[in-house]
Unconditional design. Structure first.
Length: 186
């Protein structure tokens, strides 16, 4: 009888570990709020936007994806962020919010390098947040996830997939101050 109980426990554990691999993290208000606090820990000295969730705070016409409008407002949609998280991997949504925070820094300091560098500079900021998340907050690296996400949403003002890849990694290596002051042109 005791042996049977142990076997059931082992099966349950196996199912839990499969579930952890198979399903992405849930992106909800709590996840987004926690992420904003984390980003504020490293970017808060440069910009302090409020992150609005599912409110079309930037006047988006449809379901919100992720926008920064002005220095104080970031507007995101949980469905969009959950899709990124489920498709590209855990913490993809954190990388996206880090990118938007990069725009808040640009708006705060009136930095506008023109497109596509406005977007690539935000990618750079996003990459630098990932470095902080890994080194200081002890997250497993989600740099590859962020790069996959950025590449997937490339084109137009956002630059090419290769550019988004390059600037996300450059920001990871060089930090947000260099992103804002010494952005290379590639
Ligand atoms: Zn952007």
């Amino acid at each position: 009888m005791k042996k049977k109980v142990i076997k059931v426990a082992a099966i349950t554990l196996a199912l839990i570990s499969v579930a952890q691999v198979a399903y992405a993290m849930t992106v909800n208000g709590a996840y987004i709020s926690k992420t904003a606090t984390e980003i504020r820990g490293v970017f808060g000295r440069y910009a302090n936007p409020t992150v609005y969730v599912d409110q079309r705070a930037c006047g988006e016409p449809g379901v919100p994806d992720a926008h920064a409008c002005g220095p104080y407002t970031i507007s995101v949609g949980t469905a969009f962020l959950q899709h990124a998280e489920s498709t590209y991997g855990n913490y993809a949504a954190k990388a996206i919010i880090g990118h938007e925070w990069g725009h808040s820094i640009q708006f705060t300091y009136n930095i506008n390098p023109g497109q596509p560098y406005m977007e690539l500079q935000a990618d750079c900021a996003g990459g630098s947040f990932i470095r902080y998340a890994v080194d200081t907050l002890r997250y497993p690296s989600f740099l590859a996830t962020a790069v996959s996400t950025a590449r997937a949403y490339a084109g137009g003002d956002h630059g090419t997939p290769a550019q988004r890849d390059y600037y996300t990694r450059w920001g990871y290596s060089n930090g947000v101050v260099k992103c804002m002051n010494n952005l290379p042109r590639v």
